[in-house]
Unconditional design. Structure first.
Length: 753
C-alpha cells in the first residue's frame, strides 16, 4: 500500500472515531443541566427569514458597520482613482471626489436613507480615528521624502521661490478674510484664527502630487525638475512649521500661552534633530549593507513615530506634525528610507487615506454653496489662491534667473495643493475655525488648483514649443529601452557594434520605465540609481555620451510608443526573450495531457517567440526596431552571420561598413529564393566600399532555413530581418541553446506580426 493511501485511511478513521466520541460526550452532558428548561425559539419564516434576521442583527454590530463602511469606501475610491488616472490626472483627485460623492453632497442628498444606514452618526468617530492614524503614517512618509541634500544644493533658489510661494498667498489670504469673516465666521471663531487658517490654506503645496507630475513629465533629472522638487520640499517643511505655529496661536487663549507652546515646539524639534536623528543615523551606518531591517528596529522606528506624534498632540500642535518630523529625522541613507517606505506606504495609500477622503467628504456639503454670494466667494478664493501661489512662485523663479518657460512651469507645479491642503483644512475644521460653507469652498479650491496643473503644463509647453526655432542640424536618435541593467549593457554594446564610430554623431538615449503609479520619489530614485549605474559605467568605457530617461508609468508599452513618436526616434533598441519547449528532452517527464496543457497556458512553446509586450511595441512604433535576443551578458562579438532570405533583406548590408573593423569574419547566408544576379551586385557594392572585407566575407547558400548550419558561439551575432525570425528560432528549438540574435524590423517594413 502506498504511503499516501495509508495516510488517507488513517485520516478518515481518525475523523470518524473522534466525531462520534464528541457527539456522545455532548449528548450525555446535556442531561446535566438541572437549573431549568431550555426554551427554543422556532422561526416559521423559513430559511429566508432566518437569513434576513441574522444579517439585520449582525449589521447593527459596530464592527460589522465599520467593515461595511471600509468596503464601500475602498471600492468607490478605487473606481474613481482608476478613472482619473485614465484621463491623465493624479489618482488622489479621484479618491477625493469619491469621498465627496459618499458624503452629504450627493449620497446624503439624493439617497438619505442609504446614507444614514451606511454612515450613522455614532459610527463616524471610528472612521475619524482610523483616518487620523493613517494621516500620521502618511505624514511620516512625506517626511521621509524630504531630501536635505537636494535642499542644500539648491538652497538659495529654493528659499526665494518656496518662501515667495508662502508669503504672497498667505498675505492675500489674510486680505480676503476681511471680506469673508464678518458674514460667515464671526459667530464661530476669532478673526486671528480664521485669517491665519485662510492664509495657510492658500500657502500649502502638495509635495507628493508635484513629485509624481515631475516623474511623469520626465523632469526628474533636469535642472527644472530638481529645482521644483527642492522648492516643494522647502515649502513643505516651512508650511508645516508655520501650521504648527498657527495651531498654537489658535488653541492658546493668550499670546503668553501661544509663545509657551511655540517654545515647547522649538525644544521638541531640537531634541528630534540633535538626539533622535544621530541615533538613527548611527543605526543606518551599522546596517548600511543590509537589505532588510529586523523587526526589533522596525518596532523602535514605529514607537518613535507614535511618541513623536503624541508629544506634538500633547503640547497642542497636532499629532500630524509629530509624524512629519519623525519622518524628516530618519537617516538620509536612501536604502534605509527605501525599506521604510516599503513598510509603510502601500498600506497607507491603499487603506488609510481613502478612509480620510471619505471622512473629509462626509464633512463636505457642496450644497451649502447655494447662493450667488457663495459662488462669488468660491471664485474669489480660487483666483486668490492661483494668483498668490502661481504668481508668487513664477515671479520669484524669474527673479533668481530662470527662463520664462521654467518660471511658469515651477509656478504651476507649486500651485498644486491636493491631499496636503485637505489635511490642513481638516485640522481647521476639527478645531471649529472653518465654518462648513467656507470649508466646502476651500475643498473646491484645492480640487481646482490640483486638477488644472497637468493641462496648464501642457499649454505652457505648447506655447514655448511654437516659439522655439531650431537651427541645429538634426541628429539621428537611438533609443535603448531596457529593463534589467544587464539588458541595458547588452543593448549598448550591440548599438556600438552596429553603428560603429558614427554612433558618436547620433543622440543616444537610454530609457528605463518602472511600471506602477504608486512608486514614490525615494523608491523611484533608488530604482533609477540601481538601473543606470551599470549602463553609465559601460558608456564611459565605450566613450559614449548617454541621455538618460527614467519614468514611472502605468503602461510601459504606451510610454515607449509615445516617446518614439514625440521624440522622433530613428532607431529603437529593445531586448526580448523566448522560451524553447524541450519536448525531445522532457518527453519522459511531461507525458500526460495536463502537463501539455500547462505548457500551453504558460507559453512554453515555440509559438510564443516574442512576448506580448515586444509584439505590441513593434506594432505601435514606426521607427526601425532592433530586437536583441541574448540570454547572458554579451561579450565582444568577433563573428557575424547575416541571413538574406529575400531581396528586401539587403538593407542589412548597410551595417557592414560600421562593423567591419571589429569583426574577424562575416558570413552571409543567402536563400535559394534570392536572385543570383542581384545578390552578386550587392556583394560587389560591399567589396568596393571596403576592399579589406574580401578576406572577412564568407558567402554560403542554403535551400531552406531549417537546413542552415550555423554554429552557436558566444562571440557570434546572427542578424536577420523580422520576417525570418520565427524560422531561425525554429532552427534552434531542438538544440536547447539560444543564439545571440539581432532581429531588425525596418521603418518601412509591412511584415505582419
Amino acid at each position: 500500500m502506498k504511503k499516501s493511501t495509508k495516510n488517507n485511511y488513517i485520516y478518515i478513521i481518525m475523523i470518524t472515531v473522534f466525531s462520534l466520541l464528541i457527539y456522545l460526550s455532548l449528548k450525555t452532558g446535556v442531561g446535566l443541566h438541572k437549573l431549568g428548561s431550555v426554551t427554543s425559539v422556532s422561526d416559521n419564516s423559513g430559511v429566508g427569514g432566518m437569513l434576513s434576521s441574522m444579517v439585520k442583527n449582525n449589521l447593527a454590530e459596530p464592527l460589522m458597520t465599520l467593515l461595511m463602511q471600509i468596503i464601500i469606501i475602498l471600492i468607490t475610491c478605487k473606481i474613481f482613482s482608476s478613472i482619473f488616472n485614465y484621463i491623465g490626472q493624479p489618482g488622489v483627485l479621484g479618491e477625493i471626489i469619491a469621498g465627496i460623492i459618499l458624503g452629504p453632497s450627493l449620497l446624503g442628498h439624493y439617497f438619505p436613507d442609504a446614507f444614514n444606514f451606511i454612515f450613522t452618526k455614532d459610527s463616524l468617530e471610528n472612521i475619524y480615528l482610523i483616518s487620523q492614524i493613517g494621516l500620521i503614517l502618511f505624514m511620516f512618509v512625506i517626511g521621509l521624502e524630504v531630501d536635505f541634500k537636494v535642499l542644500k544644493n539648491k538652497f538659495n533658489e529654493t528659499l526665494v521661490i518656496s518662501h515667495a510661494g508662502i508669503l504672497v498667498p498667505f498675505f492675500l489670504g489674510i486680505i480676503s478674510s476681511f471680506y469673508i469673516y464678518e458674514k460667515y465666521a464671526a459667530q464661530q471663531t476669532s478673526f486671528l484664527a480664521f485669517a491665519l487658517f485662510i492664509g495657510i490654506s492658500m500657502s500649502i503645496t502638495a509635495f507628493p502630487v508635484l513629485a509624481r507630475i515631475v516623474q511623469e513629465r520626465n523632469l526628474s533629472n533636469t535642472p527644472l525638475g530638481v529645482l521644483s522638487i527642492a522648492s516643494a520640499a522647502n515649502d513643505d517643511v516651512t508650511a508645516w512649521c508655520l501650521l504648527a505655529i498657527v495651531i498654537a496661536l489658535t488653541k492658546s487663549g493668550s499670546s503668553t500661552s501661544a509663545l509657551f507652546t511655540v517654545g515647547l515646539t522649538i525644544v521638541y524639534i531640537l531634541f528630534m534633530f540633535l538626539c533622535v536623528r544621530p541615533f538613527f543615523r548611527k543605526i543606518s551606518q551599522i546596517r548600511a549593507n543590509n537589505e532588510i531591517l529586523n523587526k526589533s528596529l522596525i518596532g523602535i522606528i514605529f514607537l518613535t513615530l507614535i511618541i513623536s506624534a503624541s508629544i506634538t498632540e500633547l503640547i497642542g500642535i497636532h499629532a500630524l506634525f509629530g509624524g512629519f518630523i519623525a519622518g524628516v529625522v530618519m537617516p538620509s541613507n536612501l536604502g534605509f528610507r527605501h525599506i521604510m517606505m516599503n513598510k509603510v506606504e502601500d498600506v497607507t495609500l491603499t487603506f488609510f487615506l481613502p478612509l480620510f477622503f471619505a471622512y473629509t467628504g462626509l464633512n463636505t456639503n457642496l450644497l451649502l454653496i447655494n447662493s450667488w454670494s457663495m459662488v462669488g466667494i468660491c471664485a474669489l478664493l480660487i483666483v486668490i489662491a492661483i494668483a498668490g501661489k502661481f504668481g508668487g512662485c513664477t515671479i520669484a523663479a524669474k527673479a533668481v534667473g530662470e527662463t520664462w518657460h521654467d518660471s511658469l512651469t515651477i509656478g504651476m507645479l507649486m500651485n498644486t495643493r491636493g491631499l496636503m491642503e485637505l489635511v490642513a483644512l481638516n485640522i481647521g475644521y476639527e478645531m471649529g475655525v472653518l465654518p462648513k460653507p467656507i470649508y466646502a469652498v476651500l475643498i473646491i479650491m484645492a480640487l481646482v488648483t490640483t486638477f488644472m496643473t497637468t493641462p496648464a503644463l501642457h499649454v505652457i509647453s505648447k506655447i514655448f514649443e511654437k516659439q522655439k526655432k531650431t537651427v541645429n542640424v538634426k541628429r539621428q536618435k537611438i533609443m535603448l529601452s531596457f529593463g534589467l541593467p544587464s539588458s541595458g549593457i547588452n543593448l549598448l554594446r550591440v548599438s556600438r557594434l552596429i553603428f560603429g564610430e558614427p554612433i558618436n554623431q547620433k543622440q543616444l538615449i537610454a530609457a528605463h520605465f518602472t511600471q506602477g503609479m504608486d512608486v514614490n520619489m525615494i523608491t523611484a530614485e533608488h530604482y533609477e540609481k540601481d538601473r543606470f549605474v551599470p549602463i553609465d559605467d559601460e558608456a564611459g568605457q565605450l566613450n559614449l555620451k548617454l541621455n538618460k530617461v527614467y519614468k514611472v508609468t502605468k503602461n510601459i508599452v504606451d510610454e515607449i510608443a509615445r516617446m518614439t513618436r514625440n521624440e522622433k526616434i530613428d532607431y529603437l533598441m529593445i531586448g526580448s526573450k523566448y522560451s524553447i519547449n524541450n519536448n525531445n528532452i522532457n518527453k519522459k517527464i511531461k507525458s500526460n495531457y495536463w502537463d501539455s496543457l500547462l505548457d500551453k497556458i504558460q507559453g512554453n512553446s515555440i509559438t510564443r517567440l516574442l512576448s506580448d509586450k515586444t509584439k505590441e511595441i513593434i506594432k505601435r512604433t514606426e521607427c526601425t526596431v532592433f530586437i536583441l535576443v541574448c540570454q547572458n551578458k554579451l561579450e565582444r562579438i568577433k563573428h557575424l552571420s547575416i541571413i538574406i532570405d529575400s531581396d528586401s533583406d539587403y538593407k542589412l548590408f548597410n551595417f557592414i561598413d560600421n562593423m567591419s573593423e571589429s569583426l574577424a569574419s562575416i558570413k552571409i547566408y543567402a536563400s535559394g529564393k534570392v536572385d543570383n544576379e542581384n545578390y552578386n551586385n550587392q556583394i560587389n557594392k560591399i567589396l568596393k566600399k571596403g576592399p579589406s572585407l574580401t578576406d572577412k566575407i564568407i558567402m554560403q547558400r542554403y535551400s531552406q532555413i531549417n537546413k542552415l548550419m550555423i554554429k552557436n558561439r558566444t562571440d557570434q551575432l546572427i542578424i536577420s530581418t523580422y520576417s525570418v525570425y520565427k524560422d531561425i528560432i525554429e532552427l534552434y528549438k531542438t538544440k536547447g541553446t539560444v543564439p545571440n540574435l539581432l532581429c531588425v524590423r525596418f521603418k518601412d517594413s509591412t511584415t505582419a506580426l
